[in-house]
Design a protein around this ligand. Structure first.
Ligand code: PMP
Ligand code: GLN
Length: 383
């Protein structure tokens, strides 16, 4: 019964693997969500807001207190200035911001470039918009991956409308260098492309890496819709509170689509997230330091279990190669893993049009308590 443009999409790999994890009571290193809570005061504010009666529809663009906090954070952390009245939109997670940006800005039949492997929501948003996905693969860069800027340039046609960029990158954990992103930005300016910059992992950076906000690069502000979310910075993936930032003409198009998808998101969370953005930078620093330790713990455990482990300098994710175990297919491997050893993980090839080199790559999430990671590592040793 499903419409043709959605027929190629099954259940999301995250739902499938989390269900498998639950079925076998496995340690869930698949879907990227933390198993500890965000800042205590932030949680209290959400409860207070409910008790105080902030339980009805908020303004269409989101509560002013959150739009102001988001604009202040962008200016403070990334030196990009947005008018909270006209250039910030609160959305139902980054997911809605992504769909609304594509639906509001991309004409049916035009092309959208994605860098693969790419987060599953991009392909679905492009399909919903009746547009064409053009995948440009990331290329190896030492023990991680980067963007092949020349390949992106070569993929641009007269019909290309938008490119979707995500750094720090899910699923690989790559953090693209400022130089590479500047090269990519130059192509976008040269070919007059719209840019959707998914920066949900902007704060999850390790080893002294700094975030590059694409909109801060020359010629990019006017063409870029930036998307981010409270989910991964404040351990509230279930609050589904995200935002889009763009100059007014672009953001108005995003708003047009968004208002008929959800109208508005949940109100009581918005002042709570605003508090976190304004006041909880110390909590965030501590959380990211723990995350880096968790990355080291899991990477060492994967190596001990005989897998080849790629570098990651950001996000929740580390990619390992399973070929040293004699395995040839990540999907098969991940479907069997919860039942076999009590661990869940995500095959990278499901994020690719051309699974080729990605077939033996598997993503493990380290955004978990260290005791959870230790338990996962222990189970992985029986591979
Ligand atoms: N983009 C990427 C790259 C993600 O990994 C995720 C999941 N956090 C999202 C978007 C969706 O974010 P949200 O949960 O805020 O909708
Ligand atoms: N972003 C999360 C991940 O990559 C999953 C979000 C979802 O399940 N849609 O694991």
């Amino acid at each position: 019964m499903t419409v043709a443009r959605l027929r190629p999409f099954g259940e999301t790999v995250f739902a499938t693997m989390s269900a498998k994890a639950a079925e076998f009571d496995a340690v869930n290193l698949g879907q990227g969500f933390p198993d500890s809570d965000g800042p205590a005061r932030m949680l209290e504010i959400a409860c207070e807001q409910i008790r105080a009666g902030n339980n009805q529809y908020g303004p269409g663009r989101g509560m002013a207190v959150l739009r102001e906090a988001v604009a202040a954070q962008r200016a403070r952390d990334h030196q990009v200035t947005y008018d909270p009245g006209a250039e910030v939109l609160v959305t139902v997670g980054a997911t809605e911001a992504i769909s609304a940006a594509v639906l509001g800005l991309v004409e049916p039949g035009s092309e959208v470039i994605v860098l693969e492997p790419c987060y599953d929501a991009y392909a679905a948003a492009i399909a919903l918009a009746g547009a064409q996905r053009v995948a440009v693969p990331l290329v190896p860069d030492g023990a991680t991956w980067t963007v092949d800027v020349d390949a992106v340039r070569a993929a641009v046609t007269k019909r290309t409308s938008m490119i979707i960029v995500n750094s720090p990158h899910n699923p690989t954990g790559s953090v693209f260098s400022r130089e590479v992103l500047a090269g990519l930005a130059a192509v976008c300016v040269e070919r007059d492309l719209l840019v959707l910059s998914d920066e949900v992992y902007e704060n999850l950076l390790f080893d002294g890496r700094a975030h590059t906000a694409l909109a801060a690069l020359p010629g990019m502000f006017e063409r870029t819709v930036t998307v981010s979310s409270a989910a991964k910075s404040w351990n509230v993936t279930g609050w589904k509170t995200g935002w889009a930032l763009a100059p007014a003409p672009l953001l108005d198009a995003v708003l047009k689509a968004k208002q008929f998808m959800s109208y508005v998101g949940a109100t009581p969370f918005q002042p709570a997230v605003a508090h976190a953005l304004n006041e909880e930078s110390e909590w965030l620093t501590g959380m990211v330091a723990e995350l880096a330790e968790g990355r080291d713990l899991l990477a060492a455990g994967l190596r001990d279990a005989g897998l080849q482990v790629h570098d990651t300098h950001g996000t929740y994710f580390v990619v390992a190669d399973i070929s040293a175990l004699g395995e040839t297919d990540g999907v098969e491997f991940c479907l069997g893993l919860p039942g076999r050893i009590g661990v869940a993980a995500i095959p990278v090839q499901v994020f690719c049009d051309d699974p080729g080199p990605w077939r033996t790559k598997v993503r493990f999430a380290f955004g978990k308590r260290h005791d959870t990671l230790r338990l996962g590592v222990e189970k992985l040793q029986s591979l």
